[in-house]
Write a protein that binds this ligand. Structure first.
Ligand code: HEM
Length: 524
């Protein structure tokens, strides 16, 4: 009976889909199966590589569908800008996902909120906390935490990843909730790690679209029914997500009542309410917005930070000559009697190139996050139906051989190069050319949902890289005859391009570097 019902619903959806779209000229893409669409073309493993291979066949914009749910991939920055930036008023929504939103309780996380008043309010709070200026206030915390990270890494290189998680999670717990994570097994840290993993690798893997999103009646299945495993999973995941959102937030409120809270993002905003500065806005909605925005900042910064610092380490291991060159610049500018500080940044241009190349080469979020088109659109004569999910293929943009020759290689010097002579560019055009090659134009996404954490990561990544370059030597693990032990690095996360754990040797560069690391007061 249920098979018959399913067959009927599938046939009816296909009929409606075909009728609605008959005669329309869609962007090109691999041929879909009737009803099923391109379901067998998708993969959760490095989807960006598959889409990029297709782009060679189908061009700058591609369309596929899965059971009638349209997906568009913008393979060039030009298309992503035309759609997500220039037509931001209709390309900034997020899909209403039954599994992710209703059943797992993630609908109010900033990256998932529908476009409108709520998303604008949340983004306003975030811009307040994460503007370029506001991020300068985090500098002492960042400097202290990066030093602590490096001391931990030197003490036991085999645990570099656990320390990196501690650093990434600890930093946000402190700046957002004023909470100190005193061990890598801290309960809030573990909760954050578990939930971000569930979110990106389970709930939202494959764009977050589950069968129940395509066939909403499935949500009414009894949870014991065959095929209703997703409902049982959702109950467990939702409970976890609620804990993730509420526990640290409620702790801050309790500490505020007791007078023991440490100043942070949440206390600042809650004090505005308590002091009556924003009395007219004081309501449950404000409390709700702060609670969810704080959680979104926490969850969005964990894996991204771990991913970029891991890519930096991999780059230094793969290109020891680059590490040596950056160390030589550091020695000339900073010397060996002190650690680098943010005020040295402008005097370290090679390090700046290394940082740009880490962001480009690593591509931390290769497909961005999906935007939902709110009404039918036509782009260069090609029809894109309302409801389509639109992805920016950031991977392809940052592997563009015209902008970045030998794009798979880590080459910081590319940012010091002049444009090729045959282009015959004027001075103004040369500047445009250099601007176009800045990977920051692409890595943080496009349009009105662009990443609000870019300034924070800019500061955090810089101080970690600068301190590591100033104090450490990195090398692959070697066997007893001194030969490098080969390791296979894979990228198994569905949303972030996080390298699989690797083994390496992390040592202080010199006795003097060790003395410096140990001389400065920081928390170990
Ligand atoms: C190198 C590090 C990072 C990268 C590469 C990155 C990249 C991205 C990308 C590609 C998006 C999707 C943008 C779009 O929809 O077009 C995004 C969204 C977002 N990012 Fe980041 N991010 C990073 C770090 C951070 C940090 C540190 C935070 C917070 C402290 C953060 C908070 C967010 C939030 C809240 C969103 C959702 C915004 C919305 O939907 O309105 N990100 N990020």
């Amino acid at each position: 009976m249920s098979t018959l019902l399913l067959a009927f619903v599938l046939a009816a959806s296909y009929y409606l889909y075909s009728k609605r779209n008959a005669g329309k000229h869609f962007p090109p893409g691999p041929k879909p199966f009737p009803i099923l669409g391109n379901i067998f073309d998708l993969t959760t493993h490095e989807l960006w590589v598959r889409i990029t291979n297709w782009s060679r066949l189908y061009g700058d914009i591609m369309y596929i569908h899965v059971f009638g749910q349209g997906l568009v991939f913008c393979n060039t920055a030009e298309v992503a800008t035309d759609l997500l930036d220039k037509k931001g008023s209709i390309y900034s929504d997020k899909p209403h996902l039954i599994m992710t939103g209703d059943l797992c309780g993630c609908e109010n996380m900033v990256a998932m909120t529908r476009y409108g008043d709520k998303s604008r309010r949340q983004r306003r709070l975030m811009t307040q906390a994460l503007s370029a200026n506001a991020c300068k206030n985090y500098r002492p915390l960042l400097a202290n935490e990066s030093l602590t990270l490096i001391r931990r890494m030197v003490s036991d290189p085999s645990k570099y990843l656990a320390y990196l998680r501690w650093y990434a999670g600890g930093l946000t717990l402190q700046s957002i909730y004023g909470y100190r994570a005193d061990s890598p097994e801290d309960p809030f840290l573990m909760l954050g790690m578990d939930c971000v993993d569930i979110l990106s690798n389970k709930i939202a893997s494959g764009g977050g679209i589950w069968p129940v999103d395509l066939f909403p009646f499935l949500r009414h299945l009894p949870s014991w029914a065959p095929g209703a495993g997703f409902l049982r999973k959702a109950v467990v995941w939702k409970a976890k997500m609620e804990e993730f959102v509420d526990r640290p937030y409620e702790l801050v409120k309790q500490r505020m009542r007791e007078g023991t809270a440490v100043p942070c993002f949440v206390t600042t905003l809650l004090e505005d309410i308590r002091d009556g500065k924003e009395a007219s806005e004081f309501d449950a909605q404000r409390d709700f917005d702060i609670r969810w925005t704080a959680n979104s900042m926490y969850s969005a910064s964990m894996d991204t930070t771990i991913t970029v610092v891991s890519h930096f380490m991999l780059a230094m291991l793969t290109r020891p000559d680059v590490l040596a060159k950056a160390q030589s610049e550091m020695d000339t500018v900073v010397g060996s009697s002190r650690l680098p500080t943010f005020s040295d940044r402008a005097s370290l241009p090679y390090l700046e190139c290394v940082m740009s190349e880490v962001l480009r080469w690593g591509v931390p979020v290769p497909m961005g996050l999906p935007h939902r088109l709110m009404e039918d659109d036509v782009y260069n004569g090609q029809f894109i139906p309302a409801g389509t999910l639109v992805f920016a293929n950031i991977w392809n943009m940052l592997r563009n051989e015209e902008l970045y020759p030998n794009a798979d290689a880590f080459i910081p010097e590319r940012y010091l190069e002049k444009p090729p002579k045959h282009l015959n560019l004027s001075e103004a055009e040369e500047q445009e050319w250099a601007k176009e090659r800045n990977p920051r134009n692409y890595v943080f996404g496009f349009g009105r949902r662009v990443c609000p954490g870019s300034h924070l990561i800019e500061e955090s990544l810089w101080i970690v890289m600068a301190t590591m370059i100033a104090t450490l030597d990195l090398d692959w693990t070697r066997d007893e005859r001194g030969k490098v032990i080969k390791q296979k690095i894979t990228f198994d996360n569905a949303v972030f391009r996080t390298p699989s754990p690797f083994e390496c040797d992390i040592r202080p560069r010199s006795e003097q570097a060790l003395r410096l690391l140990n001389s400065v007061e920081s928390s170990l």
